[in-house]
Design a protein around this ligand. Structure first.
Ligand SMILES: *Cc1c(COP(=O)(O)O)cnc(C)c1O
Length: 348
């Protein structure tokens, strides 16, 4: 009992299977905190899903991925001559995004598998399309597994989606000397993928997907935080590190989950919904008094921090009008999964 993620395993796995079946060539992305679920769990699930390749964020994440998964492991961060933790292995696929890096990686011994990345409007990494010829000239013995593009979130208003940009990169690839028909894409929605496949039937299009795979069915996931302590408080009573005065009579709840679990002072905006709308009525009251909305829902409402979260616990003010939970009960919490760390991930 602490700050835990409970997974309805059957439901979650049904969702994974549905996404994989609907997305031929999918490359599951497994990076960072493993989308809150943990990288090892996701690598093991990928094995069960039968995919041939997964993608990790960094070289530091490669050894665990190689151990938990038996197929290929693509590294999304481009190789650099100054990278100190590069893993050279037959199952690792490196990303190249600068002309000078191509020749330097090609100078290393052994079979080295790479994807060449193009710089999209995202502008994070990759070669300009005018640099493709120079990159190809330096490839030497490198084994090119494909070309990669990373697009902005298609939902960004005013962009009208990512299909146009993906299509123009497909054309640039076809016109280039890069010898591959495999295009790894990030952030195309299912319609855009279908469209691109239709327009470019000779390309093997491989979508790299994290969020909409692992977190595609949030109803299968629930975050539960244990109430570790509860104290009655009176209006004006001072509590916490900051000795701030309580706004009204009520309860002060000490709940598992703090900064070490990724709980920030601002509750995630993704939790905006009926609860949030209801809360806006109360704003101006506690918010104007300098209180911040916590991610914890108690007696049907998202509640206010009594003070900023501590490392392992949060202090929450519950007004006397609400029914307080018992010590030992758990309450729901809304988290941003990509920054959350749970004491335990439990597959129910
Ligand atoms: C993180 C990442 C992805 C996966 O992104 P999601 O939004 O989680 O699907 C795909 N491609 C690249 C290059 C990434 O860095």
């Amino acid at each position: 009992m602490a700050f835990e993620l409970h997974v309805d395993a059957d439901r979650w796995r049904r969702g994974l299977r549905a996404v994989v079946d609907a997305t031929p060539g999918i490359v599951p992305v497994i990076k960072g905190n493993g989308y809150g679920l943990g990288r090892d769990l996701l690598a093991t699930e990928s094995k069960a899903l039968g995919v041939d390749t997964i993608a990790v964020g960094t070289y530091a994440e490669v050894p665990d991925a190689l151990a938990a998964f038996d197929g290929d492991v693509m590294v999304l961060t481009p190789w650099r001559p100054f990278s100190t933790d590069v893993v050279l292995d037959d199952r690792v696929i490196h990303t190249l995004g600068r002309v000078e890096d191509v020749a330097q990686l090609a100078a290393l011994k052994g079979t080295i598998r790479v994807v060449i990345e193009g710089e999209t409007s995202m502008a994070r990494h990759g070669l300009d399309r005018h640099e493709l010829a120079a990159a190809v000239a330096g490839l030497g013995e490198l084994q090119v597994e494909g070309f990669a593009i990373h697009l902005p979130l298609g939902s960004v208003s005013g962009r009208g989606g990512n299909l146009g940009e993906a299509e123009s990169w497909a054309a640039a690839l076809a016109a280039s000397q890069v010898e591959t028909t495999t295009l790894y894409v990030s952030h195309l929605n299912p319609d855009e993928l279908a469209n691109l496949r239709e327009r470019r039937p000779l390309l093997d299009i491989r979508p790299r997907i994290g969020t909409s795979l692992w977190l595609g069915d949030l109803g299968a996931l629930s975050v539960r935080a244990t109430v570790i302590d509860s104290h009655q408080v009176a209006r004006g009573e001072r509590v916490g590190y900051r000795q701030r005065a309580m706004p009204r009579d009520g309860h002060l709840l000490i709940i598992a989950g703090g900064t070490s679990h990724g709980i920030g002072l601002e509750a995630p905006k993704a939790s905006a919904g009926a609860v949030q709308r209801g809360m806006s009525l109360a704003r101006g009251g506690l918010e104007a008094a300098g209180f911040a909305l916590s991610p914890f829902t108690i007696d049907g409402k998202q509640r206010w921090f009594a003070e900023p979260p501590h490392m392992q616990a949060s202090m929450i003010f519950l007004p006397a009008s609400a029914r307080p939970p018992e010590v030992g009960d758990s309450v729901d919490a809304a988290v941003r999964f990509t920054t959350a760390t749970f004491d335990a991930v439990i597959l129910d």
